[in-house]
Structures are given as structure tokens and as C-alpha cells.
Write a protein that binds this ligand. Structure first.
Ligand code: HEC
Length: 118
């Protein structure tokens, strides 16, 4: 009986540990040569994820339509360096706003390819 209880504890413990792995980000590879555009690819992410429910001018960055770029660059985005950009690390490493991996890959590529207002 004691053995059975130990076994159950072990199984439950193991399962609860393995669930942590789902928190890790899987890298999404965009097709080579993908050109990411701020207007076509990045702004829609802010809309889809309702960023402006909170970032509506009272909370930085201001992500309302028309304000996003100047509010993000250069304060939260270092052109060419996604890992050094708070926008990316906040969303990718802290899981802020629960972005899907494809959206994260787009933001990463947009920053690394120069964070243009394109
Ligand atoms: C439910 C409200 C809410 C939503 C939705 C939300 N945020 Fe935030 N965000 C916050 C709060 C509150 C903070 C400040 C506290 C913190 O750093 O977590 C913050 C902080 C940030 C920061 C860091 C700001 C700083 O000065 O350190 C960035 C960048 C950011 N959010 C981007 C986004 C983006 C992009 C989205 C949408 C994909 C988003 N947020 C959606 C509430 C929200």
C-alpha cells in the first residue's frame, strides 16, 4: 500500500513537472526572404491581441492606431536587436499578452531587419 502511494505521488509529481515544458517558446522559422512590414504585419498583431485595451495612451507604450511606431521606436525597440528590445523580450520571455509563436517571430524579424516604419 505504501509503495502504491509513493508511486502515485511520483507519477503526479512527474506530470506536474513536465507540464512546465509547455511554457517554453518554440522558435518559429519564417520562410527565408520573408519581408516583414510594420503596417501589414505588426500593427494587426496589436489589434488582434487587444493591446489598446490597456495601452491606450495612459499606459506606455501607446499602441493606439497611428501612435504605435513613435511610441515603440526607439524607446522599446532597438533596431537590429530583438533580444535587446523590451517590446520583444516582454512579449517573448515574459509571455506578456500571450502572443502566438508566429506573431513573436514576425516581431523578432521586424526588429532584426531594422524596425522600419514600412
Ligand atoms: C490587460 C492589460 C494589458 C494588455 C492587453 C497588454 N498590456 Fe502591455 N502592459 C500592461 C501593464 C499593466 C504593463 C506594465 C506592467 C508590466 O510591465 O508588466 C505593461 C507593460 C508593457 C510593456 C513594457 C512597458 C514598460 O515601460 O516597461 C510593453 C512593451 C507592452 N506592455 C506591450 C504590450 C503589447 C505589444 C500588447 C499586445 C500584444 C500588450 N502590451 C497588451 C498591460 C497590458
Amino acid at each position: 500500500m505504501k509503495k502504491l502511494i509513493r508511486l502515485i505521488i511520483l507519477v503526479v509529481f512527474t506530470l506536474s513537472m513536465s507540464s512546465c515544458y509547455y511554457d517554453q517558446i518554440e522558435e518559429v522559422e519564417l520562410p527565408p526572404g520573408t519581408v516583414v512590414e510594420f503596417a501589414a504585419d505588426i500593427q494587426p498583431i496589436f489589434v488582434t491581441y487587444g493591446c489598446t485595451d490597456c495601452h491606450n495612451g495612459t499606459l506606455d507604450p501607446d499602441l493606439r492606431a497611428g501612435n504605435e511606431y513613435s511610441s515603440l521606436v526607439p524607446e522599446y525597440v532597438t533596431a537590429g536587436n530583438a533580444d535587446g528590445s523590451e517590446l520583444y523580450t516582454k512579449l517573448a520571455n515574459e509571455g506578456h499578452a500571450g502572443l502566438d509563436n508566429n506573431s513573436l517571430a514576425l516581431i523578432q524579424e521586424w526588429i532584426n531587419s531594422g524596425a522600419l516604419n514600412n
